[in-house]
Design a binder for this molecule. Sequence first.
Ligand code: MN
Ligand code: MN
Length: 301
Amino acid sequence: MTVDLEKIYERLGSIARDVLNYALSIVEPGMPILELCERIEGRIRQHGAKPAFPANISINEIAAHYTATISDKSTIPKDSIVKIDIGAHIDGYIVDTAVTVTFNPMYNQLIKASMKALEAAQLSMKPGVTLSSVGLQVERAIRSFGFKPIKNLSGHLIRRYELHAGKSIPNYDNGDRQRINEGEVYAVEPFSTNGVGIVDDGSQVTIYRLIKSPRTKDPYYEVLSYINSEIGPLPFTPRWLVHRFGDNINNVINELYLKGYIYGYPVLIEHGKGLVAQVEDTFIITRDGAVPVVNVLSLLK
Ligand code: MN
Ligand code: MN
């Protein structure tokens, strides 16, 4: 790895740590989710980075992929368990990290299970180790708390401007014999649940991504080319386009999504309506093992 990449990741790590600490300090029952998302994303920008994707605030049985809509009226419910998943990038170099908070002490063990699983994954990751063997460690840790890992969610290899760059770190032993290599960057995100351990696509879509270079004959070419130049191939929310295109952008984005010009990520919901916890860090694989970019576990202790 070049010296520059190390420096960028050092900076991304300190930004992400600050943003997560900030989010943890302001989140509380009754807070509008729109306000939480905007303050998190604003804090990332204040640091001179860009959000690598919209702040994901996923509550209770929602496992992932919810961000506030333009005129979102929802608030953090009392007694809830809340996943705060943030991404920041500098020149396409991405850090992806998440914490879970709860306002009901009964759910603390669920969070502990994800933390233990992340720790187990970190200890097992080194060059030459198979992806499935990391998954086995994640599953064992979560099951030792009496919970289940979510099998159809996984960590992922990260490359420049590529959040999910092919290889996955499963949350169970899925038999993937591909190996981890020195110099790779992985996001690892154990999801634990007291439900059945599978997520389904919900009907709502709040996060989108450009999937092809805009052509002048495309509908709403101006919108597509703005996304292409300002956001690129990373996920976005219509909220980021309002200042330029007005509130009607929501309908425009929905139309582009339905016509296949952009990809949409459905909200992911636990199949048994179980509660879900997630803890995520980004790791750089060195000869000696996995180095956490954020050290998210230290924020939760
Ligand atoms: Mn994430
Ligand atoms: Mn991730």
